[in-house]
Design a protein around this ligand. Structure first.
Ligand SMILES: Nc1ncnc2c1ncn2[C@@H]1O[C@H](COP(=O)(O)OP(=O)(O)OP(=O)(O)O)[C@@H](O)[C@H]1O
Ligand SMILES: [Mg+2]
Length: 153
């Protein structure tokens, strides 16, 4: 299991890290975002989208469960499973996960049966108002290039 760990000192730093990761991702890749409420999961997705040239403010899809960004290449699918809490997870999300876009999943534990074993996990822990302990975990050693490039920076 490959891992990379760093401290982010601002939301902008987290977004820059997201851009760097996004530069290596391809359609069908799945990125799990774990961490408490307000950790910075949605902020990180915003960084990945702005790397792809998306200009609008990225909001959490909490009330929609899924938000699709077809205007960027690769397409980005942003899932926030918080409201699902394991109930009724059979709502067609599987058509997007590992489909024709990069999928980011907030609160993946609530849709665990839908998560493929090949994925990248980004775990964000709050240290202080502006500091976050960020760990990038590649459980199946499928994202060696991503991890190596983060190490090399
Ligand atoms: N280093 C940092 N990295 C990321 N976000 C930060 C950082 N420092 C401060 N923040 C702020 O923390 C907040 C994170 O909110 P965000 O909506 O991204 O959290 P979340 O993990 O998606 O929460 P939820 O589970 O409620 O969806 C934002 O207001 C962001 O500006
Ligand atoms: Mg969020």
């Amino acid at each position: 299991m490959l891992k990379y760990r760093c401290i982010s000192k601002s939301a902008q730093e987290t977004q820059a890290l997201a851009g760097k990761i996004m530069s290596f991702l391809k359609p069908s890749d799945v990125v799990l975002l774990t961490g408490d409420l307000g950790a910075g999961k949605t902020t990180l997705v915003g960084g990945a989208l702005s790397y792809l040239g998306y200009k609008d403010h990225v909001i959490s899809p909490t009330f929609n469960i899924l938000k699709c960004y077809f205007e960027v290449k690769p397409n980005v699918f942003h899932i926030d499973a918080y409201r699902l809490e394991n109930q009724n997870i059979d709502i067609g999300l599987d058509e997007f996960i590992e489909g024709n876009g990069v999928t980011f999943v907030e609160w993946p534990k609530f849709i665990e049966p839908l998560i493929p074993s090949k994925h990248l996990e980004i775990s964000i822990k709050r240290i202080s108002d502006n500091e976050r302990d960020i760990e990038i975990i590649d459980p199946t050693d499928s994202y060696k290039t991503v991890l190596e490039n983060l190490e090399a920076k």
